[in-house]
Design a protein around this ligand. Sequence first.
Ligand SMILES: Cc1ncc(C[n+]2csc(CCO)c2C)c(N)n1
Length: 220
Amino acid sequence: MKFSEKILKDSRVKKYYDDYIAHPFIKGLGSGELDRKRFKNYLIQDSLYLKEYGKVYAHVFLLTNDIANLQFLHTCMGVVVADETNMHTQYLKDYDLDVYKVDHMEVKPENRKYLDYMLSFTKTGDVKEIFISALACTLTYEYIGKTLQENFNHNLQDNYYAPWINAYAGEDFEDFSIKSFEFVDSICKDIDEKEEEKLIQIFLKACEYEMGFWDMSYKI
Ligand SMILES: Cc1ncc(C[n+]2csc(CCO)c2C)c(N)n1
């Protein structure tokens, strides 16, 4: 079995996925009833998050030598600083904000800790560790987007959060997730069980930080 399949089949990972769908912030995105103040809080913290998150991919870029993977990592950085950031820019307008105004705002501790966790692996210089620490971000959002689209499809047209949901549930994002998996399988093809478990632990820790991010966003 490919390592990427092992990650998705892991019962500890599935538990996190179930817990995200039950989270009040995520339920509120699906129903459209999430308080806009909480969403604004999320948008600000997430815009700050994206700036640093992009640097995690940049580190992997620096450590990569073959052209196919360099092209993929270039795409990764583009997805963060262009696609994701543009979606935030659209929503930020509703709060009379833009990414430049947000740039100097305070990064909350839960956000900072998650970023520092991912960035800590850039110091070890192990491409597998760095990339796996960033992978929960992509995979959990794909799962959340798709599940919300399935569960709330009947009334998404009137939902303020539909652009958010549709972005992560869409084909472009699915394609990006598949490419992320292919990259993981290419860098992890020769690892033993011990290393697999070490990397799954990193993935799980990032899942925990993702949960912390939802809690932080909900709590204002
Ligand atoms: C806290 C937090 N976690 C995950 C994402 C989702 N996300 C950020 S960049 C990117 C694309 C490349 O991985 C995705 C899916 C987010 N916005 N904020």
